[in-house]
Design a binder for this molecule. Sequence first.
Ligand SMILES: Nc1ncnc2c1ncn2[C@@H]1O[C@H](COP(=O)(O)OP(=O)(O)OP(=O)(O)O)[C@@H](O)[C@H]1O
Length: 971
Amino acid sequence: MQIRLTVLGSRSGHQTVPAGCDVLVTAPAGTPLSAVASGLAATVGGPDTGGTAVLYAGERRLDPQRHVLGEPPLVDGAVLGLHGPVPDAAPDAAEGAQLHVVAGPDAGGVHLLHPGMIRIGRSADADVPLDDPDVSRLHCTVTVLPDGRVAVADLDSTNGTTLDGAEVGRRPVPLAPGALLRIGESTLRLAEGAAPPLPVVPDLEGHLRPAGPAFSAGPAAPAPAGHRTAAPAPAQPSGPAHPAAQPVPAVPAAPPAPPAAPPAAGPASAPRRPLGGLGAWARKWVRGEEEPAEHAPAGPPAPAVPDADDPAGLLLAALGPTARLWSRPPGRLDVGLGAGSRVALQDCGSLALAGPRTRLAGVARSVVAQLAALHAPAQLEIVLISADRARTVVQRREEWGWLGWLPHVRPAHGQDCRLLLAYDRDQAAARTGELTRRLGAGPLGADWAAADPSLVREAAAAHTGPRTLLVVDGDPGTAALRDLTGRLASHGAAAGIHVLVLAETPPATPASPLAETYEAACAAAPAFRDCGAAALLSGDVATAVRTFAIAGGRPCPPGTTATADAVSAAWAERFARALAPLKAEPAGGKPQRPTAAALPAAARLLDELGLARATPASLMARWAEATEQGQGVGGLVELVLGSGQAGPVGAELVHDGPHLLVTGPAGSGRTELLRSAAASLAAAARPDRLGLVLVDGAGGERGDGLAPAAELPHACAHLVASDPVRMREFAQALGGELKRRAELLEGVPFAEWHARREVSDRMVAPRRPAPGEQLGGDLDPPRTGTLRLRASAVRTGPAPGPGPLPRLVVLVDDYDALVAPALGSAGRPAAGSVVRALEAVARDGAALGVHLVASTARPELTADTELVRGNPLRVELEPPDRPGPGRGRLHGADGRPVPFQGGRVTGRIPRTATQRPTVVPLEWDRMGDPPARRPVRELGNGPTDLALLASALDRASHLVSAAPVPFPAAP
Ligand SMILES: Nc1ncnc2c1ncn2[C@@H]1O[C@H](COP(=O)(O)OP(=O)(O)OP(=O)(O)O)[C@@H](O)[C@H]1O
């Protein structure tokens, strides 16, 4: 498991914000914080003194033993404070009255209101500071009155305060929820509480899965229209004031603006036909969609209202998370640039944005955040190319650091990197290569770059799959990259690729008219010209945005002008971190596995069993659950074979069996499949309720393939068919066991016998061996180990036992080698006796609670056996070359074959499951490199998954005092 955390050091001296370090923590899931606490402290220069590192998440002091890596709050993106609470840790979406900064150059702020007065202004001393040049230092006040009503008053500001268009003076006037307060270029709104957060389910590997329609069954409907600001209501008490909290991460609001001019022409899909007056038109433009007529106010032109998906609302959607998160239909990629200006990427393809760096960055953050908030990572991936050497890599990394936390930048389509980021030319070449390959495989074909614009539009309109937003900040650096990013901007939409090109320029002002600024932008970022729409930040302080179409590389003014919406770096960081741990299931699918997916090339049995970390506790919980579900003695026999298209594939032998036959050519993975079957059987039932008998039918040089499974505490015998003496003993023991069972059951079916016994519970218990007493002397483990009893069977003491008849599963590898032993093979003289005993199991086992799971490489040799005649469940493994060993089909009772990839169980334990926990500083600018090539999947010569499971099972069975099944049973 890997999670990314940020550690803040202790505040020292005059520092107001402590230095922090982003780290990558690799540890087995379930590792307590204590294992990495000193490592975390060391990254910020804390004392490397193990136990003394005290860590906080938010305000909360963490218990290093009880808090576990990968479980909340220690999930991806978490911020930890060393030796003190995290400064400015804001309460998450809280109840009570809130002031939202919904539009403007410093938008997105969510401020909880407390009783009493707060001051809003440009000054850092303001309670709600706004980075808005048109806001006075202390501009206005908002007061929560003792009776809960809220009032607003102007503080003799230079540019004035308006409430839904009406001037506000020094005398306080009521501020109603939903009413729009304008100061400078900023728009604020009183909101009452946040939408309820969705429940989230931790996956214990550092991520959270929100519950809700948008997170499991595809995109939900867009946010209801009612969420948008409607006509002002008369002032009302806003409800009882809630004692309040600090301002939540302050994101400043927008400055007063000249009212946004109604759009004259637009690059996007916004409506162009005025309906019912200028005000209605403006509103409609803002919303980018039809609006019910009753919402259109008559009368004088109203200033544009903020966007429905305003930054404050999006931050709350991420912090919740609420149902609004990731709620947009996939193909709707329109973004708001400011009240009155929207651009629909699905129509214009790509968007070019230019302006002075600080404002440009704020607007770009706002655009990217809108898309990340409204589209799930499965629908929209985000790729960054920021390789322009006009700024240092440190500057670029700092500017885009926030983006790295978004789940949208994780490579989900096999890209060769850890995150879809490019801070240098090599990484940029890798990212553009990935995207151009996708274009080449799309509807335009290999010659995509030469396709006519009309073909691009056609293909773009028909595109239904996931989308990509490629952010190209400035000049990517080489002629080839300039060319490719330009072509991606002009043609990418054909394959769902949309480019956001950013160019640093002076603002467009009378001194620098639009045409000049446009050319400057094209020089700074060559792909600028290839976009379908452009937005230039304009005005003295660059707080306005002019948006227009680009056709044939030339600007098509006039377009629209609006106050630009921008968000601060702090806002973006908070927003992205809130999203970092979230994962959504792909539409309608099981976790991480779309139903139509191909089978995985490889599968790990423990993952399929949901036992990635096989601990005694998890196994005991599993057994207890099985018992609760009536799966005790005489219950079910559940085995898991591997991974199917929609989850684990397996069978239950009592109802679907009773027996299973595995066929497959040499090297197809028969032996591994039997080992997996044994492991999954053991994981599902206590060793006193289910015993395993293992038979390696080929013996000789084909060896003892089932030996690793003999480590399972359930394994009560293991025969390697190469010693005739041992083979005969085994046959006798097995035959004896069948006989004993038949006598005990007296013709009553196995499950029914147990049910009756449970009721009366007066059965004569079999003689149990005394402590230390050896069982079945004639089957003592010989030195050569051809047939041995498990030591644990031998040490069976007077443990509280299950009674005399647990289920027994006999697993036989290479049954064909027993049925038709090779001439001269060592076991040949006794093979017949073993086959007869196994045939008796095939014939009579079902009624006696004994099941047979056998493999054969040559089905023609085993065709004439009781096992095959009994029409068992069947698994057919494919030749190992397509696509590799373990690929097969399960033929169940309903005759429909179920394809699966066999779950490997003798693979080495994955590094992340065993590795000593490590903490390394995150190198954001290297995340776009190909991951290190060393084999990270498995430990070279460490223990196998099967050994891990066996030892955990052993410990678990001791803890529940489940003595393994004796075999053969005591006389
Ligand atoms: N599900 C699987 N995933 C990955 N590798 C597998 C899987 N099953 C088997 N293998 C690998 O394929 C090889 C052959 O597997 P195995 O010995 O189980 O096949 P077999 O059919 O029993 O072959 P043989 O004919 O030698 O008895 C081994 O190296 C094994 O590790």
